[in-house]
Write a protein that binds this ligand. Sequence first.
Ligand code: PFF
Length: 464
Amino acid sequence: MNKKKSESGFTGQLGFVLAAAGSAVGVGNIWRFPYLAAKDGGGLFILIYLILVVTFGFTLLTSDIAIGRKTKQSSIKAYETMKPGWGFLGKLTFLVPVLIMTYYAVIGGWITRYILVYVTGMMHAAAGDTFFSDFITSTTSPVIYSLFFMLLTAWIIYRGVQDGIEKISRIVMPILLVMIIGIAVYAMTLSYTSNGATRTGLDGLRVYLTVDLSGMTVQKFLQVMLDAMSQLFFSLSVSMGIMITYGSYVKNDVNLGKAVTQIEVFDTVVALLAGMMIIPSIYVFSGMAGMQAGPGLMFVSLPKVFDAMGTPGIFVGLAFFIMSAFAALTSCISVLEAITANCIQIFDKPRESVTKVLAVIYSIASVIVTLGYSIFYFDVTLPTGAHGQLLDVMDYISNSFLMPLISFLSAILIGWIVKPEWIIGEMERNGEKFRRKKLYAFMIKYIVPVIMMVLFLESAGFFN
Ligand code: PFF
């Protein structure tokens, strides 16, 4: 059993870092980060986000990965092993990927559809106002795309940690990085003249990076903080058992402190580059008005920008959606792996059978969520006041509601019950120095519990 376990882990530091970065870098970086940055005034959001990455992000990512490697278990058993009686936290954590998986392949399917748009010369049609809504509200095509994405994910999981997850991450992540740098640099060279005024990519970069405090109120500032904080959890895939599972596959001789830093840097650089490629492009072609595009940025505003670029737009659009599909795939894999690993441990069945059963269950779930925009359409008002469909409900429960609650409970467990030394010991397992250990202990004991409680109450609608 132990031998089998070690064979199925990551080969070493690089394989682990690329797989974990693959989980972290997803549609959150490419779609969510730029749209929040645009909404929250660029520079200020970025500044706050960067501060949160090196404090909260670092603390939560360190905790998850160290728990995984020390216990060598997935979330359900990990918490029970850490402290008997705390198994309930493992079960709660397990719920997050279980819910996210119902919709992540749906978004992956939408992205796949847009790859085909640029391959089949439909760039102009896709720039139409209703192209995206017509697509997601139809009853066959989005179902086929989400099933394709779902089964592709399941196939990689079926192949195992080294031959599936690590292999795909090693190929896809470097390509993704090169592509995103390429498109971001290209966005800098854009320029467009309308009504006698010329806007360039560099003007757009200025809009993106400038810290604009005009009209700032305490209320607005808090909103920016909350946006940055929830973006951070989602982006780093923390507090949902995923990094615990990946941590459990890491060899004991890997320097975890270094790995955590590398994952954070990878994730943050990709988010910053995504903003650098998207915000200036939208600014050049539609000015400040385009900045308020909101969640529709990726599927509605960007196709218009690619169309406005003319012929180069076909290649830029294609590269953009291929890159996004890579990002979504490696994240989707990590979500399904967290579920699979837990099920293997609970039911004591081989990976192959577990994957097959999960593939069936999640194919059905993906179809239902996809049809949440058509046959199963309903409109719900969430406690935050926002409106949504099935997909948004799943997203709300997993990300806005459960994640801060889990972070709060796990900070209490680590900070006050098993004590931070439990984690610090794992970080220094091979005699390496865990450089930010004072910051870690302070954050996990005092800051994380308080802020998570606030975030949880805000998500539950207490401040409305
Ligand atoms: N971290 C991924 C992103 O930024 O898109 C998203 C994600 C992956 C969220 C895995 C949740 C998850 F379980």
